[in-house]
Design a binder for this molecule. Structure first.
Ligand SMILES: Nc1ncnc2c1ncn2[C@@H]1O[C@H](COP(=O)(O)OP(=O)(O)OP(=O)(O)O)[C@@H](O)[C@H]1O
Ligand SMILES: [Zn+2]
Length: 302
């Protein structure tokens, strides 16, 4: 136990390949973290509960836990399955309710939202979009996911936003690549996720030469995404994260493609300096999904 009296929270960034857990608080960061592979649900959740119990013994009681999760997930508080993963192809996971399992095991409130909504919250409160009320966070990684904060709160509705599956116009130089989304083929995720790039070109952007057309094609799709988000959500800031964005050359290309697609229509965005300031990489000092999970926990405690 420490003498620090500020409340301590638990946070989980629940991903399809790994779970990242922390105890701490959004503003002060994690005091301890724990990672475990995403295996069968029972074993995976048991490992996380063991971490939180051990951390409580070492650091003091948790006031609440927040989960930013892969999806799709039932986020309707009135639903009997509130917090359950719904239709994932991950074996064993459909119907799994991490929120309920953790609440029963730890006896504290447990809040849940999508991983990208959590990340959008963190970037809006503490990261690259600090102080802005309307913020979109898009991750371009194994999948494409989009989280949306409006008026300072992450939005959900009848289900939750699934902007990774937006439809985009195909790039003329993408040949006959059909896209890899099992549902839609050539939706945004089907054309622009990390695995889609590998399927189209046989290599990730990191392995392709700098002048390879894959960069311009990727920037076109992500520019279309940003333009669609600007036209629908009117965000003050768009944060682009995920492994694909490690390619630093992409960001200025995406800004230019966004403005090209808007074609002067969303007048506030016509100045390239606006795109430079408002379409950026993440700014959080820890993974934004994890920091966002602390913020969800703080909201759950009230
Ligand atoms: N430096 C890099 N350059 C280009 N592509 C990369 C780079 N690092 C990772 N990727 C691609 O990003 C994908 C992994 O994304 P990420 O690191 O965001 O993992 P993830 O957390 O599993 O993704 P998701 O957020 O969709 O769950 C892989 O398809 C990989 O090819
Ligand atoms: Zn799709």
């Amino acid at each position: 136990m420490t003498s620090d009296t500020s409340p301590l929270y638990g946070a989980i960034e629940a991903g399809g390949t790994k779970m990242v857990c922390g105890v701490g608080a959004a503003r002060t960061g994690s005091r301890a973290t724990f990672r475990t592979d995403t295996r069968a649900p029972e074993a995976t959740v048991a490992a996380m509960i063991a971490f939180f119990r051990e951390a409580q013994g070492r650091h003091g009681p948790l006031a609440a836990v927040g989960i930013g999760t892969f999806g799709p997930v039932d986020l309707d508080p009135a639903s009997p399955d509130y917090g359950a993963i719904t239709t994932t192809p991950k074996p064993g996971w459909p119907g799994t309710n991490m929120r309920r399992m953790l609440a029963e095991a730890l006896g504290v409130p447990v809040a849940i939202d999508t991983d990208v909504n959590a990340a959008a919250l963190a970037e809006a409160r503490l990261g690259a979009a600090k102080g802005r009320n309307s913020v979109v966070y898009a991750t371009i990684g194994t999948g494409v996911g989009i989280g949306i904060v409006v008026g300072g709160r992450a939005i959900t509705g009848y289900g939750h936003p699934e902007g990774g599956h937006l439809l985009v116009r195909r790039h003329a130089d993408h040949g006959d690549f059909a896209g890899i989304c099992p549902y839609h083929g050539d939706c945004l995720e089907g054309l622009a996720s990390g695995p889609a790039i590998k399927a189209a070109w046989g290599a990730s952007l990191a392995e392709l030469p700098e002048d390879h057309p894959a960069f311009a094609i990727e920037a076109d799709y992500l520019g279309q995404m940003c333009a669609s988000l600007i036209l629908t959500v009117a965000p003050e800031h768009i944060v682009l994260g995920g492994g694909v964005m490690n390619q630093e050359r992409l960001l200025p290309m995406i800004r230019a493609e966004t403005l090209r697609r808007l074609a002067g229509y969303a007048a506030l965005w016509s100045d390239p300096a606006v795109a430079d300031a408002r379409i950026t990489l993440p700014g959080c000092t820890e993974p934004p999904g994890l920091l966002g999970a602390y913020l969800l926990a703080e909201q759950a405690r009230g």
